[in-house]
Design a binder for this molecule. Sequence first.
Ligand SMILES: N[C@@H](CCC(=O)N[C@@H](CS)C(=O)NCC(=O)O)C(=O)O
Length: 261
Amino acid sequence: MANSTHHKTDNNTQTWGVLGSYQERKKTRAKWQIRLTIKLTITLKRGGCLGVTKKENISEDYFGINPKGLVPALVHDGRVIIESNDILVYLEQQFPNPGFRDVTDDSQVEIDEWLRQSGDLHIPAIKTFQYFKINAAALEKSKEEEALYWKLQKDPDLRAFHGKHSGGKSFTREDADGASVLLNDIFGKIDGALSDSDWIVADTYTLADISWGPSVTTVLSGGFDFSPYPNVERWYAAICARPQFDKAVLEWRKNAQWEKA
Ligand SMILES: N[C@@H](CCC(=O)N[C@@H](CS)C(=O)NCC(=O)O)C(=O)O
């Protein structure tokens, strides 16, 4: 699991122990069928982006859990896992039934590749596009928040990223255009993967779909144009029709009110 951090936690971190009651939920198959809801709800709602709109992630306590200060972070059995794609992989390993990667070895490799690209593209493509469009203004930090952030944040990529919208600076049209090039490239690839398949890998709903679905939600809200990618549009409509996705992502997003933060 590239990029993941596992380390022991102290009692303070238990507030982020979002999987505390997770195993108790595996009572019925019906319960398991809402596992995605549980996964995404716990990572986004409890630890999550609601907290980010209120800058609750900018605190010594939270940086003690995730040294990058990003959500989500997952605490399970005293281990901390950061990076959403690594969290998905971890949950799959811990709770494999029903599986979201019950596929051949070749398809396993494909899933890992889609997850890797999702992680690698987050800052340069998704986050840059979205901060240019909405988040930089919505998440403007106060002087105190800025001071604390620069004290706590040690990650060079995040320092460079957030440095672009601090001290009166903002992301430029050039930044956004660069991000759009990357987004068009990846959504072109996803469109290709979906040309003869309902789902990204092996015609089965897998971690690849779970990882990329919410990224579409994000950049759609920033106005990204998906019309050149009809297969992605069809696939995303199918994802949105899943009750779990509706509850865990779409409903959450409505409540998070990024645009009005
Ligand atoms: N690569 C990370 C990205 C996480 C991320 O950027 N999360 C956003 C909220 S959805 C965040 O924490 N933003 C606050 C910040 O950048 O300081 C992951 O996949 O977990």
